[in-house]
Design a protein around this ligand. Structure first.
Ligand SMILES: [Zn+2]
Length: 241
């Protein structure tokens, strides 16, 4: 393979690789995976929020229960003191006031406990649902990924094959021409190399003036098109190449 042929082959392989990559990117499972990932992120942040609220609700209930236990113990203590021995009227009134105040606090706690438990129940259900949704999305993701892997198997094999062939073609091109090719490839979006057919370059198709055609024909086989500045192969294609 001459360097000129290797350069043209490099361009052909790069165009085919680009096509494979865009076919791969356009596979419907890719779009499905993106949708699943977005939904999964949403569920994750939702779950974080619900778990935070559920822990708050648990703390609130624990607080109420602790207060209840404290007021019940205090009530038993006051009751025991009241039952013990003789007391003045004033002492008895004090005991009664304390017991009334404690009873009110106990009532307030019990009143708060119901709604707090309901809230906790709601949050626990929401958490369970969010976890189920997350599990469902995870298995859907795995299934979609497996489908994508199976459907893209031949395409991925082709990409590997083209990549190896590209490496072999690139090895036949000088470092300077390879660097020029990489620059031109970006500039011309893939079509970086053209070849003369008669006195017409194959991509820009601007007929060369007789004088520049003469100069190019007697110069290097790999040069630059005077019009479009692509890499120009001045030798004509040989049958069977
Ligand atoms: Zn040109």
């Amino acid at each position: 393979m001459t360097e000129a042929t290797a350069l043209l082959s490099l361009q052909d392989l790069d165009i085919r690789l680009l096509k494979c990559a865009s076919t791969l990117a356009a596979m419907p499972q890719r779009a499905r995976l993106r949708t699943i990932d977005l939904a999964r992120k949403k569920v994750s942040s939702e779950l974080t929020r619900i778990v935070g609220q559920r822990k708050d609700a648990e703390l609130e209930i624990a607080d109420i229960r602790e207060n209840l236990a404290h007021y019940h113990a205090k009530t038993a203590e006051v009751q025991a003191a009241a039952d013990e021995g003789q007391h003045t009227h004033r002492e008895i009134r004090d005991f009664e006031q304390q017991l009334t105040s404690l009873a009110k606090r106990i009532e307030k706690c019990e009143f708060a406990l119901g709604p707090a438990q309901e809230r906790l129940g709601r949050l626990a259900r929401a958490e369970r649902n969010a976890r189920l949704t997350a599990e469902r999305l995870d298995s859907e993701r795995d299934a979609t990924q497996a489908l994508l892997d199976a459907d893209s198997k031949s395409l991925r094999a082709e990409i590997i094959d083209l990549t190896h062939r590209r490496e072999r073609a690139a090895a036949q091109v000088s470092e300077a021409h390879l660097a020029a090719y990489e620059v031109a490839r970006k500039r011309f979006k893939g079509l970086a190399v053209e070849r003369l057919t008669g006195n017409v370059p194959s991509v820009c198709r601007v007929r060369l003036q007789p004088s520049s055609f003469h100069d190019l024909a007697h110069g290097d086989e790999i040069t630059e098109c005077p019009y479009c500045h692509r890499i120009l192969i001045t030798s004509e294609e040989v049958e069977g190449e």
